[in-house]
Design a protein around this ligand. Structure first.
Ligand code: NAD
Length: 265
């Protein structure tokens, strides 16, 4: 039986990519992991959010914070090289988990019909929101010498038509397919790969989606649990997937959305 309760993941090292501020889902995940005794590694996208992420990281003892822009191969390569060297220098045996909580599309591309998406806008959304998981998995796997888990964040718009989600729905469909292929490829090394499909939550990224508040209202009225998703619920599910308690789950998409996805008409 796996250990349960506080400190279930004590001694593990998990990389969390995608904190921009305290509303980020990655922050809620980091909080849940810190409660389980995880030693955290955080990355931030650029100078604009550096200070905020460093301040948030300072809440947890021993947190390492690095820059990493996933749209730049050199930035990803340099980050993982530094991380590998720093973990080795600190005598950490391995990286045990990775949280990929990153997405981006031009606001205009979220507002226009998919049919009007430009080639460049499509490429950007798919590059940052989907290809980045491939690149991260490629560099992270060699550091996960004792196995572990990778978790990414997706949304119902990957498989259903959600108003104003448009090109991001296509990016999430690609991301969910990647989860299955990566799970198959990395499974023999003891590395599990899963996605959490979160219900709508008010974050900086969500605000780019037109009429987001009306989506929140709709979910609160219709979802089986009659409320919107709490970021802490996403955090706890990520902690489960990254811990030994989730050891039998890979290649899957787990919904944390108050049950909204089960509804038909
Ligand atoms: P957020 O804006 O707080 O997080 C998005 C993160 O992506 C930011 O930290 C940003 O810096 C990072 N990012 C963007 N481009 C990057 C780049 N080039 N390099 C590195 N980092 C980059 O918003 P969030 O809602 O917490 O989003 C996190 C994940 O959750 C995303 O994948 C999003 O699609 C997914 N998600 C969100 C919701 C929701 O309703 N908020 C629902 C389902 C899934």
């Amino acid at each position: 039986m796996p250990e349960t309760g506080a400190g279930m993941m004590a001694g593990k090292t998990v990389l969390v990519m995608g904190i921009a501020n305290r509303w980020s889902l990655a922050y809620a995940i980091a909080q849940a992991l810190a409660r389980q005794g995880v030693e955290l590694v955080l990355t931030y996208q650029g100078e604009r959010v550096k200070r905020a992420v460093e301040d948030l990281g300072a809440e947890w003892h021993g947190t390492r914070v690095y820059p990493c822009d996933v749209s730049q191969d050199a930035s990803v390569a340099e980050f993982f090289e530094r991380l590998g060297a720093d973990l080795a220098a600190a005598g950490r045996r391995a990286l045990d988990g990775v949280v990929h909580s990153i997405a981006f599309a031009n606001k205009e591309d979220l507002e226009r019909p998919l049919a009007d998406t430009s080639r460049a806008g499509f490429a950007l959304a798919l590059d940052v929101s989907a290809y980045s998981l491939v690149a991260v998995a490629r560099y992270a796997a060699p550091l996960m010498t004792e196995g572990g888990a990778i978790v990414t964040l997706t949304y119902l718009g990957a498989t259903r038509v959600v108003t104003n989600y448009n090109v991001m729905g296509v990016a999430k469909a690609a991301l969910e397919a990647e989860v299955r292929y990566l799970a198959s490829e990395l499974g023999p090394q003891g590395i599990r790969v899963n996605a959490i499909s979160a219900g709508p939550i008010k974050t900086a990224s969500a605000r780019a989606i037109k009429d987001f508040s009306s989506i929140l209202d709709h979910v609160a009225q219709r979802a089986p649990l009659r409320r919107v998703t709490d970021p802490a619920e996403v955090g706890d599910t990520a902690a489960f997937l990254l811990s030994d308690a989730g050891r039998g789950v890979t290649g899957d998409v787990i919904f944390v959305d108050s049950g909204y996805h089960i509804l038909g008409v």
